[in-house]
Each structure stands twice: as structure tokens, then as C-alpha cells.
Design a protein. Structure first.
Length: 648
């Protein structure tokens, strides 16, 4: 929209300049002018304007190359008495030359310069547009800008079906009736049932809300209109509402069809909340337009509006009223089985080797969204291709998973030796506690290769998704989290900021145990969190517990953590040798999987190239012929910030 204004503006400017170029009158002085008049060098007509005179010289006048016979002279004749008389007298001697006076046009008087005119015109247009945008929405020249920018994906392009969507079976089931309605509306009319016109899909980004909406369109074989809430909220106030009207009109014309409103929270925020209060008119108008349109559906309109959001809590209640988005379907992060199913879809599109174990990948990807999983398989395929492999192997999948989750491994980052050693002990601490604590998730792998902002990481491989946490599991998690810092304390002569994320995670967990889950003996079976405290007026009656209880809560949280801390300290002290071995092995190999770590703490040697071997090999590959002595010395300067705290 803004782009159009600029393009039109530039076009006009260009036009003006070209015009000036064509109008190649040469300026002459007043003296020259009178000489020409005197000598009868003029032909044609003299046009006398208020500030200048334009005329043409006869062909007998020799000019420099490229100069025009047309000329003008800046001459304010009104300032001169007897101008007309003088001119007439002189011209009378040379018949054939006529002259006429030309009044300035009113707009020339107003805007002596065409350029200024153009600029002013655009400014006026621009501001008018901001003001009356909504009023002009109905069509015509200005109204065209209100036309909604949705993309119409017709039947051919919406080839997505339910087979392309996995891991959200409940959601798929719930939208079944919508498809049925689009395919066969009569069926519902017969018994007088009312099919929801608005469906709200709620879920984290990347869980497949858009995909599901498209699949509904694909399954029902109807067109799919989509527009994003953030598209509505554009710079021109009032345009959003007209876009909504336009979109719905087009949709009704091609009913049956689906309208998909992505990021509905961008316009559908609860009214009257937010900072400042003012400036939300645009959003409100847009929201109102949506509501009005939805209320205005007749029984013959087979239009289903599907909206997506990940912020149910901020939505205006008006949106979820009956007849509007009264059907809410949650599109959650996929569970273990769901992740496996999604992986299967995407793995089928690439060539996988025999050792690829999608179950294992699914186990190692808790909290991954469908989009993450799709990206994972894609990354794995790219990595395998870069290594000229015949097919994707399990190791590519694992590496891709780490990359999607934590960012690319930064093997070339120079880590100084002390830093590396602290990281090794830190991670060895996590890993050892993880392995030796019965109730913790099994260890998956531990690594001190910097990744993203982190110095290293310990991964667990949960056997299942957890929907409830037992107290023992929570305590085990606490110990694993504390293992990193404790290892630093016990085995290095300093402690590091690397434990910050662990501390945050442990505190969080301990708080939940005490406040939400009733796992503290002293506080017992009472929930203390709940409603948010009023930050501005803490004493205004919404406090749920006394100051004394607040103190108890603090001590209880600390007690939970302290207990875990002592247990972990004991565990690590009893296993000093194993700790040492594990840390040394990490320094040597940088990454250990569960099997290898187990062998190490049992005191066995493992068969695996060390990091130096690997670097040599890689270096030899990229710089064949270079002296091997230089291998392994990374040439990247240490430009990175110090490693930030790492979770895990
Ligand atoms: P959302 O709209 O919820 O943010 P999208 O539908 O845009 O998420 O998902 C982005 C991409 O991730 C999809 O195009 C698809 O490739 C993949 N994806 C997400 N969820 C799933 C799923 N449940 N099954 C298959 N693919 C999925
Ligand atoms: Zn840690």
C-alpha cells in the first residue's frame, strides 16, 4: 500500500523531469530580448506571462549546437510603465510577429512549481487517507486499497489432506463435523442442528494449526482464504475493517469455503487492556468488523471461519460467544506417538538408511513441535547430502535434533582450557547424577561441544512423555540440575556462571513442588500460588496468604533445594573416581553417549576416536596437503562472548 504511493510519486516526478527536458526553452537576458525585437529576429508569437515572456527566434539566428530557437526571458512587464507601447512600436517595424498576454492559471498562481504541487497533493492524499480510510472502504479509487490481501488458494493448491497431518488426532476428529458440513450441509439442516461457524484453533506456533485448516479445506474440497491478523493491523487506520468486509464478501461469493484468520490475537485482544489505552481503534474496528460479519452469516452461507492463536488468555471474550468462535479446539504439542507419526511423514520424503530409528528420535525430542520435527528431518537430509552419503543415517538425525534445539555445534569455537575443564566437570556432574539416580530419566548423551550460547549439554532420553510428575521424579530432577554446580565446587577450584540456567530450573521446580503440587510437608495440601498478585496495590485484599506463610514458603522452597543439594553432594563425593574419569573422557572425546558413559564409569576403555583425531581428519579433508602439524588449531579468533549459562 505504502509502496504504491511511492511508486506513483516517483512516476510523477519522472514525468515532470522528462517534461522539463522536452521543454527546452533557453533563457536569455532582457537586453538580448530587446535586441532581438529591435532587429526583427523573432518569428511566430510572443507569449507574455506575468513573470516571463516566451518566444521563438528566426532560423537566421546562428546558435550553438544543441541550443533551441525557443527562448524565454524572465521579465515582469507589470513593473514597467509603457511596456506594451514600447513593444508594439518595435514589433510594428517587423510584421509577422504577434504577441498576446496570458493570465496565469489559478493553480499556477497557487503552486508556481509543479514539483511542489505533486508533493503537496501526495501529502494531502496521504493524510486524508489515514482519516477517511474506513469510510472509503466501499470501492472506487481509494477503496481499492482496502481490498483484502488474502491469498486465495484454490482447490488445486490446497492438496493438503488429513494424511499430511499427524500427531493431533483429537483435533482432527473434532473438525470432522466441519468437513461434513461443508460437504453436505443438508444433512445438518434436516435435524435443525447448528454447526459451528467459527472454530478457534489454540496451540503453540508450529503445531500445525495452519496445516490443519488447510487439510480441512483439502478434505472438503473447498477453497481456502487466509489472512493473518498482523496483516490487518497495518499502517492505514480503518483499512483493516474494510479488508474484513471485503474478505467475507469474496468468501460468501465462493461459498462453500473456509476463511482462515491466522494470529487472531493481533486483532482480537481483549478490549480495554494494554498500555496507554488509546491507539487501539484500528484493532477494535477490525475486531468489530469480524464480529459483525460472523453474526451476519445467513443459513445459506456455507462459510466456516477458522482462527488460530497461541494466546487464548488475551482474546476478547466477545470472540468466543455463541455463534462466533464457539468451538475451541486445542492443537497441542505432539506426544511421543504423535512425534513418531509426524517423523514418519517427513522421513518418508527423504531416503533413510537402515539404522534410522524414528522411535528413538521421537523419544529424544520432547517438546518439539511438528514444525521442529519437519525441520529436523530436513536438516538431517541436508547434512547427509553434504557428506555425500547414500542415505540419511541415525547420526544425522541426532545431530539435526541437537541443531534444531540448540543451534549448530560450534566445533571451531576456541574454548580456553580452564573453561573447557570446568564445563567438562559440570556436565560430567549432571551426567553422573543422571546415571546414578534411579528415578531420573535415563541419560541420552553428554557433550561439551559449545552449541548456540551454551558451553555444553547433558541430554536425557525419557522413556515416555510425562503428564504428571511424581515427587521422586521431581527430586531426581533437582539433583540432576544441581549436579553440574556441585561438580564444579568439588572438583574445580572455582565455580562458574554456567550453572545459572540449572539454578533457575531447580528453583522453578522447587517452587512448583511447594506452591502448586502440595509436596511440602510443612505447608501441606494447600495451593498458595493461584491468582496473580496485584503489583500496583499489593495490600488491596487479594493476598491469599499471610506474611508469615510467605516466610514459610520461602524456607520450604529453600529446604527442598537444600535437601537435594546435600544428597547430590554425598553422591558425587562417594563417586569421586567415576566423576574424574567421566570428566577426563569428556575432555578427550567431547561427546559421550549413554553406553560410552557407562563404560567409562565402570572403568573400561572405549573405542572411539578422540577429538584431536577427528579434528585432524576433518582438517585433512578440507586442507589436503597442508602440514599436519597445523591441524586442529582453529583459526577463528575468539570473538564470541563468554559462554552463557546452559540448561541441562
Ligand atoms: P502453526 O500454524 O500452528 O504455527 P503450521 O501449520 O504453520 O503451524 O506448521 C508449520 C509446518 O510444520 C507445517 O507446514 C508442517 O510442515 C509442519 N507441521 C506442524 N505440525 C504438524 C503436524 N501435526 N503434522 C505434520 N506436519 C506438521
Ligand atoms: Zn548445567
Amino acid at each position: 500500500m505504502f509502496g504504491w504511493i511511492i511508486i506513483i510519486g516517483l512516476g510523477l516526478l519522472l514525468f515532470v523531469f522528462i517534461n522539463r527536458g522536452l521543454d527546452s526553452r533557453r533563457e536569455i537576458t532582457a537586453d538580448q530580448f530587446w535586441t532581438y525585437v529591435e532587429n526583427g529576429d523573432l518569428v511566430g508569437e510572443l507569449v507574455i506571462k506575468e513573470d516571463k515572456i516566451e518566444g521563438t527566434l528566426g532560423a537566421n539566428i546562428q546558435l550553438r549546437k544543441g541550443e533551441s530557437h525557443k527562448f524565454y526571458v524572465s521579465y515582469n512587464y507589470t513593473a514597467e510603465e509603457n511596456f506594451d507601447q514600447r513593444l508594439r512600436e518595435k514589433l510594428a517595424k517587423h510584421p509577422g510577429v504577434t504577441h498576446r498576454y496570458q493570465q496565469r492559471a489559478w493553480w499556477e498562481a497557487l503552486f508556481p512549481n509543479l514539483l511542489v504541487t505533486v508533493v503537496i497533493f501526495f501529502l494531502i492524499w496521504f493524510f486524508l487517507f489515514r482519516r477517511i480510510g474506513s469510510a472509503a472502504g466501499g470501492g472506487g479509487f481509494l477503496g481499492g486499497f482496502g481490498r483484502s490481501r488474502h491469498r486465495l488458494l484454490n482447490k488445486e493448491t490446497t492438496s493438503v489432506t488429513f494424511d499430511d497431518v499427524a500427531g493431533i488426532n483429537e483435533a482432527k476428529e473434532e473438525v470432522g463435523e466441519v468437513i461434513e458440513f461443508l460437504k453436505n450441509p443438508r444433512k445438518f439442516q434436516r435435524l435443525g442442528g447448528r454447526v459451528p461457524r467459527g472454530v478457534l484453533l489454540i496451540g503453540e506456533p508450529g503445531c500445525g494449526k495452519t496445516l490443519l485448516a488447510k487439510a480441512i479445506a483439502g478434505e472438503a474440497d473447498v477453497p481456502f482464504f487466509s489472512i493473518s491478523g498482523s496483516d490487518f493491523v497495518e499502517m492505514f487506520v480503518g483499512v483493516g475493517a474494510s479488508r474484513v468486509r471485503d474478505l467475507f464478501k469474496q468468501a460468501k461469493d465462493s461459498s462453500p469455503c473456509i476463511i482462515f484468520l491466522d494470529e487472531i490475537d493481533a486483532v482480537g485482544r481483549r478490549r480495554g487492556v494494554g498500555f496507554g489505552g488509546g491507539g487501539h481503534d484500528e484493532r477494535e474496528q477490525t475486531l468489530n468488523a469480524i464480529l459483525v460479519e460472523m453474526d451476519g452469516f445467513g443459513s445459506s452461507d456455507q462459510v466456516i471461519v477458522i482462527a488460530a492463536t497461541n494466546r487464548m488468555d488475551v482474546l476478547d471474550p466477545a470472540l468466543t460467544r455463541p455463534g462466533r468462535f464457539d468451538r475451541q479446539i486445542s492443537v497441542p504439542l505432539p506426544d511421543l506417538q504423535g512425534r513418531y507419526d509426524i517423523l514418519k511423514i517427513y522421513a518418508a520424503k527423504v531416503k533413510c538408511g537402515p539404522d534410522v530409528d524414528l522411535h528413538r528420535v521421537a523419544r529424544g525430542t520432547p517438546m518439539f513441535s511438528g514444525a521442529d520435527l519437519a525441520a529436523l528431518v530436513n536438516e538431517a537430509a541436508i547434512a547427509a547430502t553434504m557428506q555425500n552419503k547414500e542415505y540419511v543415517e541415525q547420526e544425522d538425525m541426532e545431530e539435526a535434533r541437537d541443531k534444531v534445539r540448540w543451534g549448530r555445534a560450534r566445533k571451531s569455537r576456541v574454548v580456553d582450557e580452564t573453561e573447557k575443564s570446568i564445563t567438562a566437570y559440570h556436565e560430567a556432574g549432571h551426567a553422573l547424577v543422571q546415571m546414578l539416580t534411579e528415578d531420573a530419566d535415563p541419560l541420552h548423551k553428554v557433550s561439551i561441544i559449545p552449541r548456540g550460547p551454551m558451553g555444553g549439554a547433558t541430554f536425557s532420553l525419557p522413556e515416555k512423555d510425562r503428564y504428571i510428575y511424581t515427587r521422586r521424579y521431581c527430586e531426581a530432577q533437582l539433583r540432576v540440575a544441581l549436579g553440574g554446580r556441585l561438580a564444579e565446587e568439588l572438583f574445580c577450584d572455582d565455580i562458574s556462571s554456567g550453572a545459572a540456567a540449572d539454578i533457575a530450573a531447580a528453583t522453578d521446580l522447587a517452587r512448583k513442588m511447594v506452591l502448586d503440587w502440595g509436596m511440602s510437608d510443612r505447608l501441606g495440601f494447600v495451593r498458595y500460588s493461584g491468582q496473580q498478585q496485584n503489583v500496583m496495590l499489593p495490600d488491596l485484599g487479594n493476598k491469599e496468604y499471610s506474611y508469615k506463610t510467605a516466610e514459610t514458603i520461602d524456607t520450604e522452597i529453600k529446604a527442598v533445594i537444600d535437601r537435594a543439594y546435600e544428597n547430590t553432594r554425598k553422591l558425587l563425593e562417594e563417586n569421586r573416581t567415576q566423576m574424574g574419569n567421566l570428566a577426563q573422557a569428556l575432555l578427550k572425546y567431547e561427546t559421550l553417549d549413554a553406553q560410552e558413559a557407562k563404560q567409562i564409569i565402570e572403568g573400561k576403555a572405549i573405542d572411539k576416536p578422540t577429538m584431536t583425531d577427528l579434528l585432524d581428519r576433518e582438517h585433512a579433508k578440507s586442507f589436503p596437503g597442508e602440514l599436519k602439524a597445523q591441524a586442529g588449531v582453529p583459526d577463528t579468533p575468539k570473538a564470541d562472548l563468554p559462554p552463557l549459562p546452559e540448561p541441562g
